[in-house]
Design a protein around this ligand. Structure first.
Ligand code: 13P
Length: 243
């Protein structure tokens, strides 16, 4: 299996910067690493125009309706038409800053599958939940909410992103990641044959150790993915550890 290196740009890189990034991004010349980039909606077209053939472009968020009076929203079908092939769903910032619920995540996964987008669904516990010994319970609840919705998808991924490690510089240890990914895989049941990515303060210095850990099929990178040279170093780190 290849390793997956995914870049979540969040609200960074407008169309011009997206084009500049993808023009400069040196995708590793290895079929053992898959690079995914999730630009803001408005930058998808220019990202696609400039992306090396090996880079896959996804959308950071979708609405579950196909169309409607939903000001500011974008449907899975629109993202597909714009050229996205994947959809990030249920990112921690969507859940905690914009109040997205497990039920919303489930509807979005269905919509992505309907439109032919690969759902990349994010899960992860708050620090209080971890301290209270609720890691297992939280991950099982989050995965349980959307697992049936994967039935319509040909391919999917899950990203484990502990909320306390996002943008904080604090990273889960490889052993923490293995433990959490094992819980996610068990909760996926017969849908567990998919890549499970780790996210939360991934950088060139820790990428290799994380990707070497059992059950870790790749990484989802925020801050360190904004520079094409840094992202390329993370992608290069995946090559020796890809089976
Ligand atoms: P950082 O890599 O900036 O911690 O962000 C992780 C993340 O949220 C990726 O989706």
């Amino acid at each position: 299996m290849t390793k997956v290196v995914a870049a979540n740009w969040k609200m960074h890189h407008g169309p011009r910067e997206a084009a500049g990034f993808l023009t400069r991004y040196a995708a590793p010349a290895s079929s053992r690493v898959r690079t995914l980039v999730f630009p803001p909606h408005l930058s998808i077209a220019s990202a696609l125009r400039c992306a090396p053939a090996a880079v896959e472009i996804g959308v950071q968020n979708i609405h579950w309706e196909r169309s409607g009076a939903l000001t500011g929203e974008v449907s899975a079908e629109m993202a597909r038409e714009a050229g996205a092939t994947l959809a990030l769903i249920g990112h921690s910032e969507r859940r905690h800053l914009f109040g997205e619920s497990d039920a919303d995540v489930e509807r979005k996964v269905r919509a992505a599958a309907r439109a032919g987008l690969v759902p990349v669904v994010c899960v992860g516990e708050l620090v209080e939940e971890r301290r209270a010994g609720k890691l297992n319970e939280v991950l099982r609840r989050q995965v349980g909410a959307f697992v049936d919705a994967l039935a319509g998808a040909k391919e999917w991924m899950v990203a484990y992103e502990p909320v306390w490690a996002i943008g904080t510089g604090e990273t889960a240890t490889p052993a923490d990641a293995t433990e959490a990914h094992s819980i996610v895989r068990a909760a996926l049941g017969d849908r567990s044959g998919c890549p499970i990515l780790y996210g939360g303060s991934v950088k060139p210095a820790n990428a290799r150790a994380l990707m070497e850990a059992a059950e870790v099929d790749g990484v989802l990178v925020g801050g360190a993915s904004l520079d094409p040279v840094v992202l390329a170093r993370i992608a290069e780190a995946a090559i020796p550890v890809a089976p």
